[in-house]
Design a protein around this ligand. Structure first.
Ligand code: GDP
Ligand code: MG
Length: 437
């Protein structure tokens, strides 16, 4: 009804619940920069900011929380869903479940193998077996044996052999013989991707038929991590990603890029060298982490504030002087109507239409109000107090409405001015804000 429309006009006027195209575009540009700084690749950052922009504009009038918060929430949700939405569990139901570990040298495969064995034994009550499949460096076998001892998980080793495929198979047989329900096969990496490595790891895969193939990658390598992930996935079709070295303030942007480029779930993150430094990957937590990086949140708020302040300051001045008039009122109505057009536009985007279908912006509802304002003289528009009974009757006639409707509008306008005057008093405004939903 009309009261709702006026309420909404009032909210828009106060800069609440409105995110305009200008400030969203500006803000998104800044956010895109921040994401690129956080190692998110360009295409992902662009797609992300475009999506957020559409959603932000779509939610224009849906809510009365502050636009900065709204935008941050939209971004958080969008990031979370980009990274898979929810936790993707590790398959461990087979007997034995075979887990193959793959990745470049120094990515953290051996360390992760130890951590995973520890996690499955301690947290999941499993009985794992580690398999030392890195045959090229004797030190690699020693490293895994030390870790195995540390986490109290046996390690299958065959120092006579230099055939990683045979060793992996032997390891699985050994697990079956000794009642291990999980087999974790650590493998050799290379300094960079080469054909021999890809052939070897593919052969190990074919020979052991793993239920999980986890690709381990160093989060600190940024853009390289994404390219490596893509190459490994094309050859191995892995089942999940492990992001290592996310301790301290390593930026989490790689998580977003990898997920969007290879479309495989990130299952674990490594957060340190110790065997306990392993976390299940939670998309929502990583979203907060990425948003926290480069201070994106405060960036949004600052951009938002500057815009709102400029717009609000002008109106505040008028309101304080009690100069808010019918010209301003008409501008506000036009602004609301523009949102109506926006709604139609947004409605054509799949998924968005449904979200905003309950927001009613009915142009016709404003017709009588606009007609009444149009029938006022410029003097009357600027001096609402001067509109007496005689003038009201003339306005009613000119606008094709009746004097009751004019009176009603005059009353609502007066009420609105009164509330606005109160709101322009800082103490009062704060009090009213607190009472808002
Ligand atoms: P691999 O060659 O892929 O087997 O890599 P390693 O497991 O040997 O790890 C290489 C180096 O990275 C070692 O010094 C590890 O201690 C270190 N490392 C592995 N994971 C992490 C992690 O999550 N955080 C930190 N800070 N260091 C790690
Ligand atoms: Mg290793």
């Amino acid at each position: 009804n009309l009261q709702d429309k006026l309420d909404r006009a009032f909210k828009v006027l106060k800069g609440q619940g409105s995110i305009t195209e200008i400030n969203v575009a500006e803000t998104m540009k800044e956010i895109r920069k921040a994401l690129l700084d956080a190692d998110v690749n360009y295409k992902t950052a662009k797609t992300f900011t475009d999506d957020v922009k559409l959603k932000a504009l779509g939610e224009n009038v849906l809510t009365s929380i502050s636009p900065g918060q709204l935008l941050t929430k939209i971004m958080n949700d969008e990031l979370t869903s980009l990274m898979g939405g929810t936790v993707t569990d590790l398959e461990t139901s087979k007997n034995p479940t075979v887990i193959l570990i793959a990745g470049l040298n120094g990515a953290g495969k051996t360390t992760f193998s130890g951590k995973l064995a520890n996690y499955l034994r301690e947290k999941k009550g499993k009985k794992p077996l580690l398999v030392a499949g890195d045959v090229y460096r004797p030190a690699a076998v020693d490293q895994l044996q030390v870790l195995g001892e540390q986490v109290q998980v046996p390690v299958y080793v065959n120092r006579e052999s230099t055939d990683p495929i045979a060793i992996a198979k032997e390891g699985v047989d050994e697990a079956k013989r000794n009642g291990h329900n999980v087999v974790i096969i650590d493998t050799a990496g290379r300094l960079a991707i080469d054909e021999a490595l890809m052939k070897e790891i593919t052969a190990v895969k074919d020979a052991t038929q793993p239920h999980e193939i986890l690709f381990v990658v160093d989060a600190m390598t940024g853009q390289d991590a994404v390219n490596t992930a893509k190459t490994f996935n094309d050859r191995l079709d892995f089942t999940g990603v492990v992001l290592t070295k996310l301790d301290g303030d390593t930026r989490g942007g790689a998580a977003l890029s990898i997920k969007s480029v290879v479309n495989k779930p990130i299952k674990f993150i490594g957060t340190g060298e110790k065997m306990e430094a392993l976390d299940v990957f939670y998309p929502d937590r990583m979203a907060s982490r990425i948003l926290g990086m480069g201070d994106v949140v405060s960036l949004v708020e600052r951009a938002q504030q500057q815009f709102d302040e400029r717009q609000a300051a002008e109106l505040q001045k008028k309101i304080r002087k009690n100069k808010f008039d019918f010209n301003d009122f008409k501008t506000q109505i036009q602004q609301i109507k523009k949102m109506g057009n926006m709604k139609d536009l947004m409605g054509m985007i799949p998924g968005v239409g449904k979200a905003i279908k309950d927001v009613e912006i009915d142009d016709n509802a404003f017709k009588p109000i606009e007609a009444i304002i149009d029938s006022m003289t410029p003097f009357e528009r600027e001096n609402p107090d001067a509109i007496d009974t005689k003038r009201r009757m003339r306005i009613a006639k000119g606008s094709g409405t009746d004097v009751n409707e004019v009176n009603k509008l005059m009353k609502q306008f007066a009420d609105m001015r009164k509330v606005m005057k109160q709101m322009s008093n800082p103490g009062m405004a704060a009090k009213m804000m607190r009472n808002m939903p």
